[in-house]
Design a protein. Structure first.
Length: 153
């Protein structure tokens, strides 16, 4: 398993899939700090490549996941002790081929204010434009669940 800088935990995709090489599942938990954004991008990009996800889709996925992780880092733990963020990904085949990714934290959801959205706050719109579906669940933390269609032609 490749080591990533200061992870809380990282699961090798092959290990997560029961030890089979080229496993179809990724779970990466890192400290919710801006320095871990690059680690998350590199790890996810390598996993997507190992799954033979089309290059154009990889670009969209990296942008969307980076935005979701950055939101968790910036907003989820404001005024709270530092926490972690988890990126989980797997390939789904039913009802259609898709890449399913979730970004979760244990921080607090903050509704955007009108003042904050004048010059910021476009991340969720970008996510919704690039992913087939985006579902934001708030409870004991926040989970952003995304689905990306994989065209099989």
């Amino acid at each position: 398993m490749a080591r990533v800088r200061a992870p809380v935990s990282a699961v090798d995709p092959a290990q997560a899939a029961g030890g089979a090489p080229g496993g179809h599942r990724l779970v990466l938990t890192v400290p919710a700090t801006s320095t871990e954004l690059a680690v998350t991008r590199r790890t996810l990009e390598a996993w997507l490549g190992a799954q033979a996800v089309p290059a154009g889709l990889v670009t969209d996925v990296l942008l969307v996941v980076d935005e979701a992780v950055a939101n968790s880092v910036e907003h989820g733990y404001r005024d709270l002790p530092p926490g972690s963020v988890t990126v989980a990904a797997h390939l789904a085949t039913a009802p259609t081929a898709a890449l399913v990714i979730s970004v979760s934290d244990h921080g607090r959801w903050r509704e955007p204010t009108p003042e904050a959205t004048l010059h910021r706050g476009r991340g969720v719109g970008i996510m919704r434009a690039l992913a087939a579906t985006v579902d934001i669940r708030v409870g004991a933390g926040t989970t952003v669940a995304m689905r990306f269609a994989i065209r099989t032609e």
